[in-house]
Design a protein around this ligand. Structure first.
Ligand SMILES: [Zn+2]
Length: 384
């Protein structure tokens, strides 16, 4: 059992169709976040200056709000205060959904008009340059057999296969380095991929949206149609694409969680690292997300550069600490609006949730036993 104290987290991303980027919403500040804002401002506290940052709220607003922070927050770094206050503002700002979408569009435009891509060839789908021949062949054939022939099913519902060419990995790694350098040099405040990562970048925000949409449409949806028909695999219609970086100077590990996706593609890009294994602990619906792991649901997987892992978003997982080196992974969270809509009316998740399945089996077993007992009783009676 790998569940740590708080149970399973939910990695929220650029989700729910609002296109507003990551939701740095809660949980990241532990105890401190639990305390409330002061009723009266601390007039003696001298707030930080936020003028040099590109923010989604006015720097002045942050400056005034800072005096209302709970005392333990006043001593933390400017960045931490900023996250904390942005969290509050996002929750209470009376912004309509449309405004959020509009803001996010502007945010993307600001990046795209300022950021100079290093390798432009990464920004349009060049399948022959991106993927290894075995993967291309399976996709071209597009049959159950062709997909089965390239994957290893590590545990039910987790498929691993060779996908990216080493040259592509190298180019994308260099591009990611270029992002980070640009973010650092320009002081541009980028939205990180989700609530759990402090490093990494949303590729969709950096101009790769069209390329990743094609990756989902032409490559991941055909495979998901075969492997994940039960969670909308054939109707994937939106995505959130990002890279995460691990290592001693990056995020170290990632807690046990489920993704905000129907299907997740996770490909290691490199480079040299030790540790960082992925662990899986069974697929669960919302209701059962913290239920116990069965012995046959335990899987630990070691990343190999270029090799992809494809799984249901609801497959509980986490990443162990990357203890040396630097590891970068490409993630594509694929969503199905049809599945999400249908899920509202469906109570039975036993075709994909491990716990629902187990409980259903248990009920069937009990009813069979009861029927047998009843028959025995009747048989006994007629014989005497
Ligand atoms: Zn369930």
């Amino acid at each position: 059992m790998a569940m740590s104290g708080g149970g399973v987290g939910n990695g929220n991303g650029n989700g729910n169709g609002n296109g507003n980027g990551n939701g740095m919403v809660s949980g990241s500040f532990g105890r401190v976040a639990m305390s409330k804002l002061r009723l009266n401002p601390d007039r003696d506290h001298k707030p930080e200056n936020y003028d040099d940052l590109q923010l989604d709220f006015s720097p002045l607003l942050f400056k005034s709000l800072e005096q209302y922070l709970p005392p333990p927050m006043l001593g933390v770094t400017r960045d931490s205060k900023l996250h904390y206050m942005r969290d509050i503002l996002l929750r209470y700002a009376p912004e309509g959904e449309r405004t959020r979408v509009q803001r996010h569009r502007e945010y993307r435009q600001r990046i795209m008009s300022n950021y100079q891509p290093l390798h432009r060839e990464l920004y349009t789908m060049q399948a022959a340059d991106f993927f290894v021949p075995s993967f291309l062949k399976a996709i071209a054939e597009n049959t159950v057999e062709s997909f089965r022939s390239i994957v290893a099913e590590l545990t039910p519902g987790v498929y691993a296969f060779d996908m990216l060419r080493p040259q592509f990995c190298e180019l994308l790694l260099a591009e990611v380095d270029n992002f980070e350098r640009w973010v650092h040099d320009s002081n541009f405040r980028i939205m990180r991929p989700n609530t759990m990562n402090n490093y990494g970048a949303v590729l969709d925000d950096f101009g790769m949206e069209a390329m990743l949409e094609k990756l989902m449409d032409d490559f991941i949806r055909p495979m998901s149609t075969v492997f994940f028909p039960d969670v909308g695999g054939s109707s994937l219609d939106s995505h959130h694409g990002f890279v995460v970086e691990y290592g001693l100077e990056r995020d170290v590990e990632l807690g046990f969680h489920v993704d905000d996706s129907e299907v997740t593609l996770n490909v290691c890009l490199g480079t040299q690292f030790s540790g960082g294994e992925l662990f899986f602990r069974g697929v669960r619906c919302d209701k059962h997300v913290n239920s116990e792991t069965q012995r046959d649901e335990v899987l630990d997987y070691k990343h190999v550069p270029g090799r992809a892992v494809l799984h249901r978003g609801r497959h509980r997982h986490g990443a162990r600490a990357t203890i040396a080196g630097h590891r970068v992974n490409l993630l594509l969270w694929c969503r199905s609006s049809v599945f999400r809509e249908l899920k509202k009316y469906q109570k039975d998740c036993s075709n994909w949730c491990g716990e629902c399945k187990r409980q259903k089996k248990e009920r069937q077993r009990q009813s069979v036993t009861a029927t047998k007992l009843e028959l025995l009783k009747r048989g006994g009676k007629s014989n005497t």
